[in-house]
Design a protein around this ligand. Structure first.
Ligand SMILES: Nc1ncnc2c1ncn2[C@@H]1O[C@H](COP(=O)(O)OP(=O)(O)OP(=O)(O)O)[C@@H](O)[C@H]1O
Length: 238
């Protein structure tokens, strides 16, 4: 079974092979990617027109969606061969996710939102280890620790965004997937957020996949992917 899968270092972080995806088995393909790979610890900037399929691809890579056909391997593990429960477990253990709406549970406190992520991962990290990691991340992201006991709905958008990053990094995921996170930030906050994100990923040796329309952010990344360059789907709006 998939409990506490140890990821092999010999594999690329992501391998796509003949990946095809249509919503509800509709005739129109949203994605048709013959082949694509991302190496471990790479930091990749993904861009493309609205409707090009970026969020769909992120949902496939995080196991929220399953491909219509073809293969998606994350650190050598074939997500397409897993049940939806196995994919949920794999995501909780190995992938940190920050999506556009942050997906914090509004009525839970900040601390509860973060603890929930480590509980789902079930990696068995001690309370002390998690507390230490949490304090370090709060410090790095300049979040005051008195926010921990506040319901997340009471936080500003910028604070919620940083809490979502803490939640995504608390389990030291091998892969971090971030979808359009900076739209709510002014340019100064955006730059410091980007620098920090890069530092945290380097420290944790996480592979980063970052989706944005803001092309000015590309310079932070060592790999740039225009989705239209690998996606041959006729239905995608390119
Ligand atoms: N749940 C869904 N059911 C059916 N079609 C969908 C669904 N979600 C997205 N689509 C369609 O799939 C295509 C790709 O959408 P997707 O959201 O992945 O694009 P995107 O590149 O992330 O766009 P944006 O930059 O605007 O966020 C679009 O044509 C969209 O209408």
């Amino acid at each position: 079974m998939l409990q506490n899968v140890k990821l092999s270092e010999g594999h690329p972080a992501i391998e796509l092979d003949k990946l095809i995806f249509s919503y509800d088995n509709a005739a129109t393909e949203v994605l048709n990617i013959p082949q694509w790979q991302l190496q471990q610890t790479d930091k990749c900037f993904v861009f493309g027109q609205s409707g090009a399929g970026k969020s769909t691809l992120m949902n496939l890579l995080t196991g929220v969606l399953k491909p219509t056909s073809g293969q998606i391997k994350v650190f050598g593990q074939a997500l397409n061969a897993m049940s939806s429960r196995q994919r949920d477990r794999f995501r909780a253990q190995h992938i940190g996710v920050v999506f556009q709406q942050f997906n914090l549970i509004p009525y839970l406190t900040v601390a509860e939102n973060i603890r929930l992520a480590s509980w789902f991962a079930g990696k068995g990290d001690s309370h002390d280890t998690l507390d230490k990691r949490l304090i370090n991340l709060f410090d790095a992201l300049q979040l005051p620790t008195n926010l921990l006991q506040r319901p997340s709905r009471e936080l500003s958008v910028g604070q919620q965004q940083r809490v979502a990053i803490v939640r995504a990094l608390i389990n030291q995921p091998e892969l971090l997937v971030v979808d359009e996170p900076t739209s709510a930030l002014d340019s100064y906050a955006r730059d410091s957020f980007m620098k920090l994100l890069m530092t945290l990923c380097s420290e944790q040796q996480s592979t980063l996949l970052f989706v944005s329309h803001d092309l000015s952010l590309q310079s932070y990344f060592d790999v740039r992917l225009n989705l239209a360059d690998i996606n041959q789907a006729g239905g995608a709006q390119q």
